[in-house]
Design a protein. Structure first.
Ligand code: C2E
Ligand code: CA
Ligand code: CA
Length: 629
């Protein structure tokens, strides 16, 4: 039987029968003791001399860890020996009954010996006077399906100790969990072989680790225990990156060799991991107990380092790329689902200086908000619940408004005010949403701008709209823009399309062709946010654009920062050399405006002149500037 199998059976039984097997007890809570019946029950369970099982080992490990004792075991008392189904800190697999404490526990529910040297029965006991020199013993009796005592889950120490009532209860609870393992294990082994193998393959993945459902089940058990005592459980979600790539470039390593190796590391008894799971091909789960939050990194980082160290085989070294997301119970959640989900979600968090990703409620809130935005944006666009504001673009000397940039504003019933900085990136993740946003922007501009007066001068008053990254490369984009303008009887000379470099990434040649088509039809093209992306000045000369917008981050440091001055000066000269217009974004002070004018910047946009304003106010602004001239 494989490791942890009992837990799987336990889970299956629970789901089919709806309740856990209950050990029979008499009115005093302890069944009548009959050595013959007891041995018959023990032997009927077919557990003696079976191989070690992870399901049991985890509980002895957990007991040793939590009670901070060097020895813990699941001891089964046979006719003439005690046999250990699982043990921590003991070299031997069984001992004669004379050397057993557990045999003394069988007539009760618990046996506690705080100091063996002070105890008349035990001070001459061979395990006290000789190895392992037991000073403290506490055993919780394990019972079979009819209530016969089989042995104990016990902890031992070489120093005397006194447990609190809470701690005693806890060992008792642990004992019940081990009982469940034994009894359900047996209940299933009397079922058919086929049923067994089905249950096995459902519960374990091909590398022999518990699958997600079983892992969650074990985690739920551990949570139940940790709730009673003051310790924390850290849930780790480990993602092995580039698995295929690693196995391809190291032909001797198959994917499974790597997975098996990780599984072994996770299950190594020394690593203090209480439960492990194989959640999907390249993702693992692990549970670690922490005495206090302060121990978080001290305990976890060595384990993570050990897991992700390179795999050495036949003088070859394979480096692993493992991302680790962590959530902490009870702070980050109380159920196994929540904790696992949050450990997974933590992978989207920035990496900590220690090299792991730690769940934070703020980030979760942000993720939930992003999700809500994704859900609510489409109906909002379809029902025209967004509004469009317009920010004037002025000549650098401030004398005249030459255009406006249209910027979306969204006040949602549930989400409150949602800035474009929030919803545009969400929209850009979905072709449908970004398409709807594009349609909405252009339609709004057409509806407003057709009522706006033309410039008295030759130059047309242009309105700029932002084009979502993926829209520019859509089939038929130019035709669609032209048709929409025509429908609203708006001249193409009134429109500027602002793109960012991301729009050019997928297919530069196609993008260049689209720009040419637009220019051929007198629609202006501006490259937005210049300086924030790849921003190689060298490719600019190949781009058919009319205007380049220098990003606010460059303008911010003007005029005092000499490096920023040099940069902006250089950019403006190169842009002018290419025959393009320069717009400076985010101009907030008169000093910035003055220096930009001096450097030859053509157009200025920023709070210095006006924030983006509603359509009516934009018109007022425009008329006022015209009359001031
Ligand atoms: P952007 O295209 O770079 O737009 C300029 C942003 O800078 C606007 O922010 C504007 O309000 C802000 N801004 C302008 N002058 C100043 C200034 O002097 N100081 C400061 N601190 N900020 C200034 P907003 O409206 O929040 O838009 C953010 C981004 O969202 C825009 O950056 C644009 O990329 C995107 N966006 C906005 N509206 C739309 C839209 O309707 N469609 C699409 N596709 N994207 C939009
Ligand atoms: Ca823009
Ligand atoms: Ca910009």
């Amino acid at each position: 039987m494989k490791a942890g199998d009992n837990a799987a059976r336990h889970r299956r039984d629970r789901t089919t029968s709806g309740s856990l097997a209950v050990v029979e007890r008499n009115s005093s809570g302890i069944p009548p003791f009959d050595e013959k019946k007891r041995l018959a029950e023990l032997h009927s369970l077919d557990i003696l001399d079976t191989p070690p099982e992870e399901g049991f080992d985890r509980y002895t490990r957990l007991a040793s860890e939590i009670f901070k004792v060097p020895m813990a075991m699941v001891s089964l008392v046979d006719e003439d020996r005690q046999w250990f189904k699982s043990s921590v800190g003991l070299e031997v697999g069984e001992t004669p009954l004379e050397a057993s404490f557990c045999v003394h526990a069988l007539k009760q529910d618990m046996l506690e010996v705080p100091d063996t040297l002070q105890n008349d029965v035990f001070h001459h006991h061979p395990a006290v006077t000789g190895s392992p020199f037991v000073r403290f013993y506490m055993g919780a009796v394990l019972r079979g399906p009819t209530g016969q005592p089989l042995g104990t889950l016990c902890i031992m120490d070489t120093h005397s100790r006194y447990l609190t009532r809470l701690q005693r209860n806890w060992l008792r609870t642990f004992g019940h969990l081990v009982e469940e393992l034994i009894n359900h294990n047996h209940a299933l082994s009397v079922g058919s072989q086929k049923e067994h193998s089905d249950s096995y393959s459902q519960s374990y993945t091909h590398i022999g680790l518990p699958a997600e459902a079983l892992f969650k089940d074990t985690l739920a058990n551990l949570l139940r225990l940790s709730n009673k005592e003051e310790y924390y459980l850290a849930v780790l979600y480990l993602r092995l990156n580039r698995l295929d790539e690693i196995s391809r470039t190291n032909s001797r390593f198959t994917r499974d060799t790597i997975l098996h190796c990780l599984a072994e590391r996770l299950s190594a008894p020394s690593n203090k991991v209480l439960a492990t799971g194989h959640l999907s091909l390249a993702c693992f789960g692990a549970v670690i107990s922490l005495p206090s939050v302060g121990d978080f990194f001290d305990v976890i980082i060595p384990i993570v380092n050990d897991l992700s160290r390179p795999i050495e085989l036949d003088e070859m070294t394979v480096r692993l790329d493992v991302d680790v997301g962590i959530s902490l119970s009870p702070l980050d959640g109380l159920t196994s689902e929540d904790l696992l989900e949050r450990a997974r979600a933590a992978l989207n968090e920035p990496i900590s200086p220690e090299g792991v990703h730690v769940f934070s409620h703020e980030a979760e809130k942000a993720a939930l908000r992003r999700h809500a935005i994704e859900q609510r944006l489409e109906p909002a666009l379809l029902n025209n619940l967004l509004s469009q504001h317009y920010q004037p673009q002025m000549l650098a000397d401030g004398s005249r408004i030459v255009g406006f940039e249209a910027l979306a504003r969204w006040q949602d019933e549930e989400l409150g005010s949602v800035s474009p900085g929030e919803f545009v990136p969400v929209a850009e993740k979905s072709r449908r949403l970004s398409g709807l946003l594009m349609e909405w922007s252009l339609r709004m501009v057409c509806e407003k701008a057709q009522h706006w007066p033309l410039q008295p001068s030759d130059a047309p008053l242009r309105i700029a709209i932002n084009v979502p990254a993926d829209q520019f490369s859509q089939q038929g984009f130019v035709e669609w823009v032209l048709a929409t303008l025509e429908e609203h009887r708006l001249s193409p000379e009134r429109l500027t399309l602002e793109l960012t470099e991301v729009s050019l990434l997928t297919d530069v040649d196609k993008a260049i062709q689209t720009m040419r088509d637009l220019q051929d039809h007198n629609i202006a093209v501006a490259l937005d946010d210049f300086g924030t992306g790849y921003s190689s000045l060298s490719y600019l000369k190949n781009l058919p654009i009319d205007t380049l917008k220098i990003d606010k981050s460059f303008i911010d440091d003007l005029p005092d920062d000499s490096r920023a001055m040099e940069l902006v000066n250089g950019i403006i000269r190169i842009i002018h050399g290419l025959g393009l217009q320069v717009v400076a974004e985010g101009v907030e002070t008169e000093a910035q405006r003055a220096v930009l004018q001096e450097l030859g910047c053509n157009v200025i946009q920023g709070f210095l002149f006006s924030r983006p304003v509603a359509a009516d106010n934009a018109l007022t602004l425009f008329n006022r500037w015209q009359s001031d001239m």
